[in-house]
Design a binder for this molecule. Structure first.
Ligand SMILES: *Cc1c(COP(=O)(O)O)cnc(C)c1O
Length: 364
């Protein structure tokens, strides 16, 4: 029996490197609440992501909730159902109404030609997702946001370290959310961040992730707790030293997949986006008119101890918890992709031999 291949494997620094990094924490005995490691990671991420401001969080989901809450949004939010549960849940949990926009069939990001028809008097914001690290049509989204005075909050959980025409992926819209979950390209075990241009948000987000405290004796907002601790930040400082190397290795894997799977009828693989420097976070394959269905391919891979993932399936507007709430007829392209897509195993240490093995199973 061949060794199991899981869909992902977390990046970790060398054990000794992490131990060295956390030694200071024993000296300072400062475990959380904007400690030295936390502040150092914020600083380094500003440079790495090429953004003016970074605010760290305990995870990406709470970062997104804080962004929606702190910007005092109310009413309807135009978003995509082709995403992880987090995006839609954050909108709903903050008392907002998601209005689902379909995706385009080429890169599965929001179909910007449909956004305008979904805008009403109640629309307050657009929450697009750079899904699989495919960068949304940021120019058109910005144009619409300006025209209708809407806020734009990107779910950039998949877009760490990416660039569009030399500009950092977190430098678009009002705010971008990154996830540093263990399964992402860059991780702090659990963790996340908001990136933004407006200096006013520095204090605001700090307050909202810390119970609404604005001073030692002043609590100005009803807010929760979403602070990143020093051990998470230390993991981040270590992983950030190696992330370029990790991305380079992921690139080799992704290129091998491309080589092996391109030009096969009924198999759609991601095409390069013009001007985009990728992070090779995922390798989605759409089985559309292939001789086997997505589910058949998934099962066959499983028989060979290879674990791909139906990511994303189901669409968020089809979740059991939202049954009867949304009109599913509005997002047919997203529904089709969700029924046909698999993300293949992809991580820095996946060997090219294993990639070949995976492709052999798919092709046979
Ligand atoms: C991972 C992810 C999130 C949530 O991030 P966490 O850090 O796990 O809370 C949100 N949106 C998308 C698209 C994601 O992939």
């Amino acid at each position: 029996m061949n060794q199991k291949i899981l869909v992902t494997q977390s990046s970790m620094p060398h054990f000794d490197e992490y131990i060295e990094e956390i030694k200071d924490i024993w000296d300072s005995q400062w475990l959380t609440n904007m400690g030295t490691k936390h502040n150092e990671l914020e600083k380094q991420l500003c440079t790495y992501l090429q953004v003016p401001f970074v605010s760290l969080f305990s995870n990406g989901h709470l970062a997104l909730e804080v962004a929606l809450e702190a910007l005092e949004l109310e009413g309807e939010v135009i978003t995509t159902p082709f995403t992880f549960a987090s995006t839609t849940h954050a909108i709903v949990r903050k008392g907002l109404t998601p209005i689902f926009c379909d995706v385009n069939p080429t890169d599965y990001t929001m179909d910007v030609s449909l956004i305008e028809s979904l805008i009403t008097e109640k629309t307050c914001a657009i929450v697009p997702v750079h899904v699989y690290g495919h960068i949304c049509n940021v120019e058109e989204i910005e144009r619409l946001a300006k025209k209708y005075d809407l806020k734009v909050i990107y779910d950039a959980a998949h877009a760490f370290g990416m660039k569009l025409n030399g500009k950092g992926s977190g430098d678009f819209g009002d705010v971008s959310m990154f996830s540093f979950h263990a399964t992402k390209v860059f991780n702090t075990i659990e963790g996340g961040a908001l990136t933004f241009n407006d200096e006013q948000y520095v204090k605001l987000f700090q307050t909202f992730k810390n119970f609404g405290l604005t001073g030692p004796d002043e609590i100005s907002y009803v807010a929760g707790n979403a602070k990143m601790n020093e051990f998470q930040a230390a993991m981040g400082l270590c992983n950030l030293r190696h992330v370029d190397e990790e991305i380079a290795k992921r690139k080799l894997v992704a290129e091998r997949y491309k080589e092996q799977l391109s030009g096969i009828a009924g198999i759609q693989i991601p095409s390069r986006q013009e001007g985009v420097q990728s992070n090779y976070a995922y390798f989605p394959v759409v089985f559309d008119g292939y001789k086997y269905t997505r589910d058949e391919v998934l099962e066959r891979l499983k028989e060979h101890a290879i674990f791909a993932r139906k990511y994303f399936y189901p669409l968020t507007n089809e979740f059991t918890c939202y049954e009867g709430k949304f009109d599913l007829g509005n997002t047919p392209v997203a529904a089709h992709i969700a029924n046909c897509v698999l993300t293949l195993p992809l991580y820095a240490n996946l060997s090219l031999e294993d990639v070949d093995r995976i492709c052999r199973v798919i092709k046979s």
